[in-house]
Design a protein around this ligand. Structure first.
Ligand code: CTP
Ligand code: CA
Length: 228
């Protein structure tokens, strides 16, 4: 059979992809996390690999296994994820698809918190996590030429995502509507809008694999001097 292979337009390029949730411990047996299967991030890493890129795949504890043929760096927390991304640099592009927990538990306990029978409830104190996307977007030295973030929103999706692009300082934001009725969270499809300085481009509802292939293609164009 004749199989047409995608052109290796990203050969010699290095891309860092974050994916999955982060887990922020409360104690050794409990954590807080965002919902994320890791499916879209894994598909993006595979699509970039298929175009010939070397991919550093920094992933939290995701349901979907990481793709073959990428360098997998497994982390638990947002702080570990930021350090792993830093260690993976330099990179030509960064795609931050992880659903990073916004806070960690500042008073996490080394031992399991027990119900002591008095009915007294544990009091969790939260501290803000590093914003990996904002940090990498504003690096003075060694900023990847192209930084792509995601914005999963339930309200005013495009306005919020466009504001997020400016606030974080990234080049592109892939915006998606994660209202439960869209069925996107945990599903195989995604409906996204790519937001750049030039404006917003809505893509049809596609499989997550197809979204990943389109995005990888656009990243290749941008890195190879096409539309940025
Ligand atoms: N992100 C990140 N580090 C964080 C939080 C978010 O790198 N600590 C990245 C995500 O991977 C995503 C983008 O930032 O690419 C947007 O994440 P989102 O949670 O939508 O943005 P926030 O600024 O955390 O805003 P919100 O209050 O809507 O959660
Ligand atoms: Ca967030």
């Amino acid at each position: 059979a004749v199989v047409s292979l995608p052109a290796r337009v990203l050969a010699g390029r290095h891309v860092v992809v974050t994916s999955g949730p982060t887990h922020e411990p409360i104690d050794p047996v409990r954590y807080i996390a965002n919902r994320s299967s890791g499916a879209q991030g894994a598909a993006i890493a595979a699509a970039l690999r298929d175009l010939g890129a070397r991919v550093s795949f920094v992933t939290g504890p995701a349901e979907v296994p990481p793709p073959q043929g990428v360098e997998v760096i497994a982390v638990q927390t947002a702080r570990e994820m930021r350090e792993a991304v830093e260690a993976a640099l330099p990179a030509d592009a960064a795609v931050m698809a992880a659903a990073v927990a916004d806070w960690h538990v500042a008073n996490a306990r080394p031992g399991k918190i027990k119900k002591d029978g008095s009915g007294k409830l544990p009091q969790l104190q939260f501290a803000e996590n590093p914003d990996i996307l904002a940090w990498i977007s504003r690096l003075e030295h060694g900023r990847p030429a192209l930084v792509v973030g995601f914005a999963a929103e339930t309200d005013d999706v495009l306005d919020n995502a466009a504001r997020k692009r400016k606030r974080k300082g990234c080049d592109w934001i892939v915006a998606n509507d994660v209202n439960p009725e869209t069925g996107i969270m945990g599903g195989t499809e995604n409906a996204v809008t790519l937001i750049s300085e030039e404006g917003a481009e809505s893509w049809p509802r596609l499989t997550k694999d197809e979204v990943a292939r389109r995005l990888a293609g656009r990243i290749a164009e941008a890195l190879n001097g096409g539309e940025g």
